[in-house]
Each structure stands twice: as structure tokens, then as C-alpha cells.
Design a protein around this ligand. Sequence first.
Ligand SMILES: C[S@@+](CC[C@H](N)C(=O)[O-])C[C@H]1O[C@@H](n2cnc3c(N)ncnc32)[C@H](O)[C@@H]1O
Length: 280
Amino acid sequence: MTQGPLTLVRMTSRAATRPVGTVTRGTTNPNRLRRMDRWIAAAHGTHLRRAADPVAVDLGYGAAPWTAVELLARLRTIAPRARVVGVEIEPARVAAARPYERDGLAFRHGGFEIPLPQRPHLIRAANVLRQYDEDEVAAVWERLCARLAPATPHSPGGLLVEGTCDEIGRRHVWVALGPEGPRTVTFATRLGSLERPSDLAERLPKTLIHRNVPGEPVHAFLRDFDRAWAAAAPYASYGARQRWIRAVRDLAADWPVTDGPVRWRQGEVTVRWAALAPRI
Ligand SMILES: C[S@@+](CC[C@H](N)C(=O)[O-])C[C@H]1O[C@@H](n2cnc3c(N)ncnc32)[C@H](O)[C@@H]1O
């Protein structure tokens, strides 16, 4: 059972080291990460499709391999050559996933070192860093960004998508990072379940969750979003989607929103990281 991971580790320069990181709770659910998968396909699909050998890592896939299986299926609709490698630090979870290996899908024992011979075009780490300390996040981000496929004149390089969601994936917040560092923050929600945009605060990634306090940009952003949502109340008669689109349009007057109505219709909004980054 351990032959695969050991072989892979030997192929890297860190042959003798143990996986980097800590085993944490393995909670997962089928279809939990669908919003993140769809966003990745929309935001990064072209680059995956153009890559000669597009490799995506589902880092910390948990006690069952569902999210890796689903990521492969969704990526293949836009990048037919895409491969997914599920990387998990708990060896028993790797053994449990191995029967699900198939064309384009493999599972490896490993951690933040990413035990692959190549630099992946995508690393997705969902509900992994929430169980680490806030002061560990910067170093983990740096380490993972350094493992991404580098930028070239024809490509912005690999993408790290790191974030958090609730048990069934109705509320999600993630940060997208390139080889150079953080780029954007995306808020994604099932609109029918939303009372106000700041409901998403409980799903902020580790780097922002303790910063939802007065004086911090993410707090000001959610406050302004709630105000825009309240002002858009008349649109509720056309449905929560129309209300969200109207609220985001207003919000975009003051905040650097990077996407448009096509994504807003999905109950998403993406904002430049620099506008929400912690002050201190
Ligand atoms: C809460 S589960 C998340 C499962 C899945 N990603 C999801 O969102 O449904 C977190 C998983 O990350 C794994 N993990 C934690 N640190 C890790 C690391 N450094 N490298 C690989 N896996 C890690 C844990 O062992 C655990 O199985």
C-alpha cells in the first residue's frame, strides 16, 4: 500500500523528509465543493486546457475521496487532458481512496511539500487551513505558491485556491493565489439560504476569520455589502439572484470587484485580495 507514496517521495529532492503538516479532522461530503469547482473551471479552465499535461492537486481531500473524484469530472469538461492527484497527510485515508483510482485520478500520501515530480497547474486546499493557527498560514501559502507551475509569457502560472465552506457547501469563501502570491477573494453562496451577505463571515478562510472586526478591511467590506443588500431589498420581489446582482453592482462602486454579472448570477463575487488583506 505504501509503495506508491514512497516511490513518489523518492522522486523529489526531499526524499528523507516526512510530509509537511498535521493530520486534522477528515470531514467531507459529496458535492460539497461544487461552487469552488465551478469557479475554478471558469477562472482557470483556459490555462488548464492549454497546458500540455494539466495536473491539479486536491490537497487534504479528507476521510473519503469524493471531492477529488468530482474535481476531475468537472475539470475534464473544460480541459479533457486534466489529471487530479489527491494528496492527504493521513495514510489510512490514502489507503481508503486508492480503490477509486482511475484514468486521470491518483492518490498520494503527502503534505504541503506536494510530493509530485512536476509543479501543478492547480492546488486546491479546501477546509484544510482552518484547522491550523492563523500565524502558520503565510508560510504555508508561500510554500504552496512556490510549488505552482511558474508564470510564462503565455500563462499566468498555476493557481492555489484555499478556502472554507459549510458542511454541505452552501456558503464558501476562498482566496486564489498565483506563483507571485494572493490575487483575489471570492464569496460564493446559495442565494436562497442567505439572510444577508455577512452570513458568509463564519466561512472566511483562516487568514481573514479573526479579522472581521472594526478597523479591518474585511469587516468594512462585509458592512458595506450588507448595506448594499439592504438597499437592494426592492429587487427581492424578482428573486434573491436579482437582489444579489443589484447589491454587487452597488458594492463595485467602492470595492475592486474583478468579475461581472455572469458570475454574480451564480451567487458569487470576487474582489482583489489587496483590498481585503489584513491591516497588520
Ligand atoms: C476537513 S478535511 C477537508 C476535506 C475536503 N477537502 C473537503 O473540503 O471536504 C481536512 C483534511 O486535510 C488533511 N490535511 C491537513 N493538513 C494537511 C497537509 N498538510 N497536507 C495534506 N493533507 C492535510 C487532514 O488530514 C484532513 O483529512
